[in-house]
Design a protein around this ligand. Sequence first.
Ligand code: SF4
Length: 202
Amino acid sequence: MEMFDVITIDRHRFHTDGKGVTTLVIVSGCPLKCRYCINGRLLSGAKTKKMTVEELLQRIMQDYCYFVATGGGITFGGGEPLLYYDAIMAFIRRVNGMFATTIETSLSVDVDVPKLLEAADRFIIDVKSTDCAIYRGYTGTGNEILLSNLEKISRVGLQGKCVIRIPDIKDFTTGEDIERSVNYVRGLGFENIDCFAYKVED
Ligand code: SF4
């Protein structure tokens, strides 16, 4: 049976990680080790609650009226939601369009991304950098899977369902690096691009 390892569920978020009122479900685990990861502290040794698709749906449905009124819904974040590919697919099938489903992801997991994106309403993709050396320096892992997944999305023409987030990462990226990343994703047909500065805690 498909299960989620849920760290926490944050309700009543407004226009922060999806349209309208959303419930953010933070799942455990990530293949990356970002230097400034604030979630890493949360993830290491964090207690999780195992939830089935049905159990999660029951929790989420508390806010169904808000979702309907505002066009909101659930956002899976983490951690890396794509580690729960089968469970999220099952969840989206079960929701069957009752409310919006958004996935915040680094795309650094080798799964059938176009199939999931077709089923979901939206991906928020944290690209970090399209430069392999910068990406590896910051995350400890190459960006080959990320780039391959971006290309797969581009090939099936689903770029319109994606928001691409490109951060300015202190000590890792320059303005030129960010411009190169923006041009790279634009070249693949992504138009909704959000550049922002990571807030680094001392
Ligand atoms: S992708 Fe997100 S959760 Fe994973 S290490 Fe990076 S910042 Fe942390």
